[in-house]
Design a protein around this ligand. Structure first.
Ligand code: HEC
Length: 213
């Protein structure tokens, strides 16, 4: 049979119609199904995606050389070593000290931020038994692990900034100065669990002896 006669074409079209209907139904179902990519693949440019719009072939303009982000400059504390504040590194090595003065105020801030951002996994004691871990998330090491007791302060800053293994980065949620506050508080947690009476100031040693009587 010649498939090009008008009759044959009509027959073929009719034969295809149920197929088309099924395809339309499937498409409609897909559009409503969870996991559809319509929201994900929107008709817009990703940052710096290729485009014929500008002569350099990118969809967005590059920043003028020497641009300083105003936001950061306004919110960061004034410190001597800004690189240390932002990287945790001193002369290319993880820093042993904080760029901020470690006082009661910083520790209080660190404790508050720690309790918000870290306890869900690390627990209030830092023993890695937070509630998410109790529900099955991979357990972090105890902060009293000798390796972490020995680790320079900058290590904690770096772990929060970059993430570590199964732990995601906190750079977008916790400002650099708060990351240092948390790092100082983790030191306090470590000390609090390995402290000997001789580490206390004389006044507190006396109180401790008095308490035992
Ligand atoms: C969602 C759970 C989770 C949260 C929240 C979390 N961590 Fe972790 N953390 C982990 C896990 C899991 C590991 C172990 C990662 C690995 O070794 O793969 C870890 C490891 C660490 C380590 C040890 C790195 C090393 O050298 O072994 C430090 C320090 C640390 N986290 C600090 C923090 C601080 C500070 C916060 C809060 C700002 C925080 N974590 C929030 C899950 C978490």
């Amino acid at each position: 049979m010649n498939p090009n006669t008008p009759q044959a074409r009509a027959r073929n079209a009719a034969a295809r119609r149920p197929g088309r209907l099924a395809a339309a139904v499937a498409a409609a179902l897909l559009a409503a199904a969870p996991g559809c990519t319509d929201m994900y693949d929107q008709p817009r440019y990703e940052p710096y995606e290729a485009s014929p719009l500008f002569s350099n072939g990118a969809s967005a303009r590059t920043l003028v050389a020497g641009t300083v982000p105003r936001d950061d400059a306004r919110r960061l504390p004034a410190v001597e070593d800004r690189d240390l504040l932002l990287t945790g590194l001193k002369d290319g090595q993880l820093s042993k000290t904080s760029p901020l003065a470690v006082d009661a105020e910083l520790l209080a801030r660190g404790r508050q931020r720690y309790n918000i951002f870290c306890t869900p996994c690390h627990g209030q004691l830092g023993d890695g038994r937070g509630v998410i871990v109790q529900r099955g998330f991979s357990p972090p090491p105890n902060y009293t692990d000798p390796r972490l007791v020995e680790a320079p302060l900058g290590h904690f800053f770096k772990v929060m900034t970059e993430g570590h293994g199964a732990m995601y980065s906190f750079a977008a949620r916790v400002a650099p100065q708060d990351r240092w506050a948390i790092a100082a508080y983790i030191r306090a947690l470590q000390l609090s669990q390995g402290a000997r009476p001789a580490d206390l100031p004389a006044e507190d040693q006396q109180k401790l002896e008095g308490a035992g009587k």
